[in-house]
Design a protein around this ligand. Structure first.
Ligand code: ADP
Ligand code: MG
Ligand code: ZN
Length: 183
């Protein structure tokens, strides 16, 4: 287990493809902070309305209360209300999220961010690459390739849509390894 800073906040980044357990891991860390009686504020972008308006929900059905935001700057409204900030589906926020996370960390907050590093074309997704650079702690998780069973770090779109943001589930995406991923 990492030893966290005593004199400042920090950023933890959890990234990987769809179905890799990012949300599961985010929820695990935030629930533990709640057990430690820390004030936790949890956010997700409006784009992701897959399961629930009020909760972050993982594919294995764990959930935790969250606040839906139109823009990352709205997080500042909660600055004085929490010690720990959790952000899921961070790839859907614009680049202003980078400054928000760094500002919170600079001001003593623990910031735990989860998001897709690669989009369906295996290109970098939104603010995640810069947050990988800025974070003190980076956790990259793999899913299991639905074709061959190897570790999967790619998200295969199995529908025919072409825009970067197409919200979907197993109807539209599956985890694939490097070998089985097709552009
Ligand atoms: P993410 O947020 O990265 O999309 P979740 O945390 O929501 O992932 O879900 C992880 C869970 O998804 C796993 O614990 C497992 O139950 C389920 N799952 C479904 N498909 C896969 C897959 N191909 N590889 C690994 N886990 C999968
Ligand atoms: Mg997720
Ligand atoms: Zn494979």
């Amino acid at each position: 287990m990492a030893i966290f800073p005593k004199n400042s906040g920090w950023i933890e980044l959890i990234c990987g493809p769809m179905f890799s357990g990012k949300t599961e891991e985010l929820i695990r860390r935030l629930v533990r902070a709640q057990f430690a009686k820390q004030e936790v504020a949890i956010f997700k972008p409006k784009t992701d309305n897959r399961y629930s308006e009020d909760y972050i929900v993982s594919h294995n059905k764990r959930k935790i209360k969250s606040i839906i935001l139109e823009s990352a700057n709205q997080i500042y409204e909660y600055k004085s209300k929490a010690d720990v900030f959790g952000i899921d589906e961070a790839q859907f926020f614009d680049h202003s999220l980078i400054e928000v996370c760094n500002n919170l960390a600079k001001n003593g907050k623990r910031v735990v961010v989860a998001g897709l590093d690669k989009d369906f074309a295996a290109k970098s997704f939104g603010p995640i690459p810069q947050l990988i650079i800025d974070a003190e702690y980076v956790t990259k998780v793999n899913a299991i390739c639905m074709v061959c069973g190897d570790p999967a770090s790619f998200t295969q779109r199995i529908s025919t849509e072409k825009s970067q943001v197409v919200v979907g589930e197993t109807d539209k995406y599956e985890a694939r390894c490097r070998n089985c991923f097709e552009i």
